[in-house]
Design a protein around this ligand. Structure first.
Ligand SMILES: [Zn+2]
Ligand SMILES: [Zn+2]
Length: 125
C-alpha cells in the first residue's frame, strides 16, 4: 500500500466520523504537506473498491466516507447535514424476505439533530 493510501485510511479509521474528501484532504496535508486533492480522491476510490471504507452518497451534499463497515443505516440532520449511524436489525430481515437477491442497501433517514433542535428552541425564546 502506498504511503498516501495508508495515511488516508488511518485518518478515516482513527477519526471514526463520516468525512468528506475535502476534510480528509485537510487532515492528510498535516501528515504529507505535498499531497494533492486529486491523489486523495483517487485513493478514496481505491479504498472503496477494496472494501476498506464505505462511500455514503448524499443528495445535495458531497459524498462522505465511512470507516464503519458493519451493516448500518444513516440518519442525517436536514439542517446541518451532520450524519450518524443507526442500527435497525429488523430492516435486514424485512429486506431479505422481500428480495431474494439482496446485495446491499443504503438507507438514509432525515431528522433534526439535538444541536439544531436546541438552536431552534433558543431562537424562538
Ligand atoms: Zn443538525
Ligand atoms: Zn456510517
Amino acid at each position: 500500500m502506498s504511503k498516501q493510501k495508508q495515511v488516508i485510511l488511518k485518518i478515516i479509521q482513527s477519526k471514526k466520523m463520516h468525512l468528506t474528501a475535502d476534510e480528509i484532504f485537510m487532515y492528510a496535508k498535516q501528515e504529507i504537506p505535498s499531497i494533492a486533492l486529486g491523489t486523495v480522491y483517487r485513493n478514496l476510490n481505491k479504498l472503496v473498491e477494496e472494501n476498506q471504507i464505505k462511500r455514503v452518497s448524499l443528495p445535495n451534499s458531497p459524498d462522505k466516507f465511512d470507516w464503519n463497515l458493519s451493516k448500518h443505516s444513516h440518519i442525517i440532520c436536514s439542517r446541518c447535514s451532520s450524519i450518524n449511524d443507526i442500527y435497525i436489525s429488523e430492516i435486514d430481515n424485512i429486506l431479505k424476505k422481500e428480495i431474494d437477491s439482496l446485495i446491499s442497501y443504503n438507507i438514509t433517514i432525515d431528522y433534526v439533530c439535538e444541536k439544531c433542535k436546541a438552536k431552534e428552541k433558543d431562537a424562538t425564546n
